[in-house]
Write a protein that binds this ligand. Structure first.
Ligand SMILES: [Zn+2]
Length: 509
């Protein structure tokens, strides 16, 4: 059967890319095909809308609900393939709606693809459809809200008297959609109130925006051209929400070129006590450095293969190819770590532990990437020692492969399994626990050759409980993640949340 498809025009970045440089005018927009894979019982409709995502528009002045602003035009009568045609006005209700819908749609597909989580996620709210409100009202803000199942984007007038629609910013739409996706996989994090838990949400949302910027081949080429193949410093990937940042002065009325800079050298103590959005840049900075380092390694490898590495054209081609590969490696590393985040309150160190564990589960023998990552957590003073990011793979958690399907499908079997392994999971005898719905995911691991890719299938089990540290402290929500291989039932990872740091425990005797 034919998969539903909609051709759309999307802004590549935001108004700032063209405003800053008239030569970039034709770079402002790109045509993309949105495709619903295995699209049974699903199709594109006026809105835009589909089964998992729908635009709800309001009159920006009065707040009155409006009919769907963009029409789906089938390529021939009755076809599920067609377009949301461009009306030529980039700030029309239809263009704003299509842009917000299209970027959110692609962000979801990137997140769920075989190069990332390898499965469709369930939203953190009841129901299948995430709502997109492209013109929620006048305010210098945008947000994801679980209670209203929506992404809300506001508009405002800049100091230069220009109307800025936040739904037109690729970074901002991808960021808010990133919150919704993270909430779908780790819902407990949304309910946490510690500074680091909140900052983790912000860091992942920003990094998902970086991945969406990297997803544009046009933007990759353009950034490399402007930076002479150097990702250090400020560029369209490292800067989040440029137009917003330029239009709204920073704290103390300071002019700025972006909302947040991921290319930074801040350490955790530098930003202790900062707001979550600011604190988040320690974590996102660690990962931006990682992306940069993957790119540089790939770039040199490409140059070594080439006949004349001094030739400008060859260098540009090598850089382009290297960044194309680097974004896939980075996407796998970062997003698969989300699947391993345990329930409960999390620290930056927990994120480091989950991401290194997820990488080791798939690539046990190539450790350079995660060793370098661990060192960055030390350099940024998140943990005192690289051993603090280590996690176990206890043999005792293994299960015969023929019992995995039962563990996945039966709550009874899952509770039995956890009950049996309380000691290794460190759940005190008396404490009640909750086993979350198990996750069966298949992720691409190798490079594609002859249309075939090496795949990795794992069963992920998460358990949550309230840790009781004594009568004078409040119970702390915490948890653990166990990953088992479908191939042989071996334990690929055990990640426990809220661990005290090994090196500190040693230090105190
Ligand atoms: Zn945010």
């Amino acid at each position: 059967m034919t998969d539903p498809l909609a051709k759309v025009h999307l802004l590549i970045q935001d108004g700032a890319l063209t405003a800053a440089d008239q030569a970039g005018a034709e770079l402002a927009r790109e045509t993309r095909n949105l495709e619903i894979r295995d699209g049974q019982n699903d199709r594109f409709a006026d809105g835009p809308a589909c089964r998992r995502l729908a635009v709800v528009d309001f009159d920006p002045r009065t707040g009155e609900p409006l009919p769907p602003p963009a029409r789906f035009v089938p390529s021939k009568p009755g076809s599920v393939r067609g377009a949301f045609p461009d009306d030529g006005d980039p700030s029309s209700a239809a263009s704003i709606a299509v842009n917000a819908f299209g970027i959110a749609f692609r962000t979801i597909q990137m997140f769920e693809g075989a190069e990332a989580l390898g499965r469709q996620v369930r939203w953190a709210f009841d129901g299948e459809q995430l709502l997109v409100v492209p013109r929620a009202g006048e305010w210098e803000n945008s947000f994801y809200e679980r209670a209203t199942r929506s992404l809300q984007f506001f508009w405002f007038e800049s100091t230069a008297k220009k109307i800025i629609y936040l739904a037109l910013s690729r970074d901002i739409v991808a960021h808010e959609c990133g919150h919704a996706l993270l909430d779908a996989v780790v819902p407990s994090l949304y309910d946490c109130s510690t500074a680091q838990s909140l900052a983790i949400h912000e860091a992942f949302a920003d990094l998902i925006a970086v991945l969406m910027a990297l997803d544009s081949a046009i933007l990759r080429t353009e950034v490399l051209k402007r930076s002479k193949n150097d990702l250090d410093g400020s560029n369209a990937f490292s800067s989040i929400a440029e137009e917003f940042g330029r239009s709204v002065p920073g704290p103390g009325g300071l002019a700025r070129t972006e909302l947040r800079a991921l290319s930074n050298t801040s350490t955790l103590p530098d930003l202790a006590g900062a707001r979550p959005h600011v604190l988040s840049t320690v974590l996102s900075g660690i990962f931006y450095d990682t992306l940069r380092s993957i790119f540089i390694t790939r770039f040199y490898a490409e140059l070594e293969k080439s006949a004349d590495p001094g030739d400008t054209k060859i260098r540009d081609q090598a850089a382009n190819k290297a960044l194309g590969t680097a974004q896939i490696i980075f996407r796998r590393l970062l997003l698969r770590g989300i699947d391993y985040l345990p329930p409960g309150e999390l620290s930056f160190a927990d994120v480091g532990r989950a991401i290194t564990a997820a990488d080791r589960a798939v690539y046990p023998d190539s450790r350079t990437l995660r060793d370098e990552l661990a060192q960055r957590f030390v350099d940024r003073k998140v943990v005192p020692d690289v051993t603090d990011l280590e996690s176990d793979r206890p043999h005792s958690l293994e299960l015969a492969p023929e019992r995995l399907a039962e563990l996945r499908d039966s709550d009874w079997a899952a509770y039995q399994y956890v009950e049996q392994h309380r000691d290794v999971l460190e759940i005190s005898r008396s404490l009640p626990f909750t086993v979350l719905p198990r996750v069966d995911s298949t992720k691409a691991t190798g490079v594609e050759s002859d249309g075939q890719r090496a795949m990795h299938r794992e069963l992920i089990l998460k358990v949550s409980w309230n840790r009781d540290d004594g009568p004078s402290t409040r119970p702390v929500p915490t948890g653990a993640t166990v990953s088992l291989s479908w191939q042989d039932g071996s334990c690929l990872a055990l990640v426990r949340g809220g661990r005290s740091l090994k090196s500190e425990v040693n230090h105190h005797g």
